[in-house]
Design a protein around this ligand. Sequence first.
Ligand code: FAD
Length: 275
Amino acid sequence: MIPVGFDYQRPESVDAALALLAEHGDDATVLAGGHSLLPVMKLRLAAPEVVIDIGRVAELNYIRVDGDEIAIGAGTRYRDIVISDVLAKECALLPAVTRTVGDPQVRHRGTLGGALAHGDPAGDLPAAILALEGTIVLRSPRGERKVPITEFYTGVFSSVKEPDELIVEIRVPRTGSTGWAYEKFTRRSNDWAIVAVAVVTAADGARRIGLVNMGSTPLRAKATEAALAEGKSIEEAAALAAEGTEPPADNAGTPEYRRHLVTVLTRRALQTAAG
Ligand SMILES: Cc1cc2nc3c(=O)[nH]c(=O)nc-3n(C[C@H](O)[C@H](O)[C@H](O)COP(=O)(O)OP(=O)(O)OC[C@H]3O[C@@H](n4cnc5c(N)ncnc54)[C@H](O)[C@@H]3O)c2cc1C
């Protein structure tokens, strides 16, 4: 289908993008990689009057160590995350997860900021950043604020981001090259996850677990995390992974199937992360 007509703007700086957002308010939408927005516009589920393309805002494209965190520009494309030497050494979960997203075309266009702003509960990156307890940096004409991803999502495809705010940066801790795992279950290699589980070992040894496609937002496997902290075995803890989740029903599986699958994937991911 063809989208409703719109005005196209291509700012070259964050300030120019913010000025356009402020000028056009709710009538405007940001375009990054376009791999989620354009399908939605073609289906006419979104009909923005103004599309602000931030795809060429170079200042949003970087990956660098900053103290005990890694700072990643919101416009950084998946491919640059996959091939990043900094991330391979300092936060190896992220390239490993990103490598599983879609196909090469999607990974050359899609951006980390776009994935987090879109917030698809079936998306790989939101749950990975949740397991990492990352921070989302939002900027608007009113200034900048940092929102922990644990407080970012409010419901299905919705977040605390205001219409005039741009995600400018994502910050994740330097978790290193070991102690992580990502188990993504798909029917075919390029598919979206039926269920996926990201495990990260934090600096204090605690395991943090992010779940994909187990509810209306990306979720943490809180009962499993708590059981591990109490000293329960991986098998005992993983059996609790579906607690507090509300998985969807679709052609790929029933909620009961997903509740079983998540316990299997969590056990495997915890075993892999343990080395
Ligand atoms: C064929 C195909 C297969 C896919 N497979 C997978 C998969 O296996 N796993 C997966 O996780 N995803 C998958 N995706 C989705 C893909 O990851 C998207 O690219 C991603 O979710 C959105 O990133 P984007 O840069 O394309 O954002 P866009 O589509 O440009 O934007 C998405 C939303 O975010 C907003 N936005 C973008 N950037 C910002 C910003 N900096 N600040 C504020 N708002 C912003 C936009 O306004 C829009 O609402 C697939 C997509 C396709 C087309």
